[in-house]
Design a protein around this ligand. Structure first.
Ligand SMILES: Cc1cc2nc3c(=O)[nH]c(=O)nc-3n(C[C@H](O)[C@H](O)[C@H](O)COP(=O)(O)OP(=O)(O)OC[C@H]3O[C@@H](n4cnc5c(N)ncnc54)[C@H](O)[C@@H]3O)c2cc1C
Length: 482
């Protein structure tokens, strides 16, 4: 391209750049890039095709979003489900996190979680790709993430949900203060999905954030982790923690926390050992940095093993299609769940979910995790060191055995046809560190899908819904409602 042609090209593509001078050549391109974050372009207004029209549109297709879509479809709504990845399941599949925690209370006396979580486990069991561990506080079951992808496809087809994969939500379309549609991008271009009710299950609260609703992040975000699958892992096994403690620094891998599980129905092992500190994965540049740093750390593990466990034959078999993101934005809703609500097992009249997973804070400021249990004990763990055990409160004879999630912590207000589901829920740092696990988030999806259906059927804004009725429908459909 000649300088003058390039000049014309730049002029035509940077319309609306306030005060920019257009120069020729590579320097100009570099200057454009350097200034990019300070500049604004005015997107030309244009007509968009409507790709689909539905009663309910669910954004984000992890199990949370899939369960919201399935619940609403089972009740009779026409549902569209939008997912940016090539498959459904979110962190459980595309980030390889293959563990669901206990469905029982902390004493293993009462089942507190059922619904679609149990349906999926039962279906995967039939394929021999689940390992149950019913009396383990750490693991309820481990599963094969790839088999789960296929099972979720089947369930979506069976329930008549209209799926869109490789489809990225970008902007809401609001007219006269009413959320009418969402704008998405995919291989067919840019288009709209119209619906009467919307469920934001994007994890990062992309819809709520772009609507300008009140979102917030914790004082420090729990760090993301790139999981990886290895063959031949038995040769390293438990030795890895010690190896990590002794040689992590040499390979520039921050000492965080390491856990992993064999992948049922396969001969590979899933390891979650990397940590990328100080990044907010709802920011595009920081997410990019996190992805690349997470992969570098996986390679560093391989180099560490090659050097210090020679002849072990550990082979890297697969990386996830997305880094595992623990936390980004939360949405300010009608109620913020507090750490003390969880640790004291507070009961809520509008409870739509129950959980027993401990408080599990992944530290940003130091290696390791702190666990706090409902029985008053706590434990600080880091790789290669024995856990430091103690009490976070005085010992008592009777302890709570589970906690609850109130419906209000999913309801943002502002738009009567919008509800959230999943890790964006309104919770403080301590509460979120327990609530965030999938068996809990799955239930928020089921509740959001049920509420969306009820809002549609009764023509009632979501914040004004009769929660007793939501609880009743959930119980009738197989959820444990207490
Ligand atoms: C490394 C790691 C280990 C963990 N370990 C466990 C564990 O052992 N057990 C456990 O239960 N929990 C664990 N957790 C926590 C748990 O996995 C998450 O808290 C939970 O999966 C969050 O669910 P979610 O549906 O809210 O979000 P996500 O799983 O993040 O799902 C969001 C979905 O929305 C899609 N999406 C996002 N933005 C858009 C957009 N703009 N357009 C279209 N689609 C979009 C994403 O692709 C994704 O499918 C772990 C988390 C991590 C990161």
């Amino acid at each position: 391209m000649s300088s003058s042609t390039r000049r014309d090209f730049l002029k035509s593509t940077v319309l609306g750049l306030a005060g920019s001078s257009v120069l020729a050549g590579g320097k100009a391109i570099k200057a454009e890039a350097d200034n990019a974050s300070k500049m604004i372009i005015n997107e030309l207004s244009r007509s968009l095709p409507v790709f689909a029209e539905a009663d309910i549109c669910v954004l984000g297709g992890s199990c949370t979003g899939v369960f919201a879509a399935i619940r609403a479809a089972q009740l009779g709504a026409k549902v569209v489900l939008i997912e940016k990845q090539s498959s459904f399941g979110g962190t459980a599949t595309n980030s390889m996190v293959n563990v669901w925690h206990s469905l029982m209370d902390t004493e293993f006396k009462q089942q507190i979680i059922a619904g679609l979580t149990v349906d999926v486990i039962e279906r995967l069991k039939k394929r021999g790709v689940v390992k149950e561990d019913s009396h383990n506080e750490d693991v309820g079951c481990s599963f094969n993430s790839d088999e789960m992808k296929i099972e979720l496809d089947e369930m979506i087809k069976e329930e008549g949900v209209k799926p869109y994969l490789h489809t990225f939500f970008s902007m809401p379309y609001v007219r006269d203060g009413h959320l009418e549609a969402v704008i998405v991008e995919n291989k067919s271009g840019r288009g709209a999905i119209k619906a009467k009710i919307f469920v934001d299950a994007t994890g990062d609260a992309d819809l709520c954030y772009r609507l300008g609703l009140n979102t917030y992040t914790s004082e420090y975000l729990q760090p993301p982790t790139t999981c990886a699958r290895f063959s031949g892992w038995d040769a390293v096994g438990d030795k890895f923690n010690q190896l990590f403690r002794e040689h992590g620094e040499e390979f520039k891998v921050p000492l965080g926390f390491v856990w992993g599980r064999a992948v049922p129905g396969s001969d590979v092992y899933m390891l979650a050992g990397t940590r990328v500190y100080g990044v907010d994965c709802s920011d595009a540049e920081q997410l990019t940095k996190a992805e690349m740093e997470g992969r570098r750390q996986v390679r560093a593990f391989m180099d560490m093993i090659r050097k210090y466990v020679p002849g072990s034959n550990v082979v890297l078999q697969a990386l996830p299609s997305q880094i595992g993101i623990r936390e980004t934005r939360h949405v300010k809703c009608q109620y913020q769940i507090k750490g003390e609500d969880i640790l004291n097992g507070k009961r809520f009249e509008d409870a739509i979910a129950n959980g027993s997973y401990r408080v599990d804070i992944h530290h940003q400021e130091k290696p390791g995790l702190t666990f706090r249990y409902l029985d008053g004990t706590q434990s600080y763990s880091r790789p290669g060191y024995p856990p430091v055990k103690g009490w976070w409160r005085e010992k008592t004879k009777i302890n709570p055995t589970f906690y609850q999630i109130p419906f209000r912590s999913l309801v943002p207000g502002g738009y009567g046809n919008l509800i959230t589901a999943g890790r964006m829920l309104d919770a403080d740092l301590v509460a979120f560190s327990a609530l965030r696990v999938m068996v809990n988030m799955n239930q928020t999806g089921e509740a959001a899908g049920t509420a969306a259906y009820l809002a549609l059927e009764t023509n009632t804004p979501i914040p004004k819904l009769n929660v007793t009725k939501i609880r009743k429908i959930l119980a009738e459909k197989g959820s444990v409602i207490i």
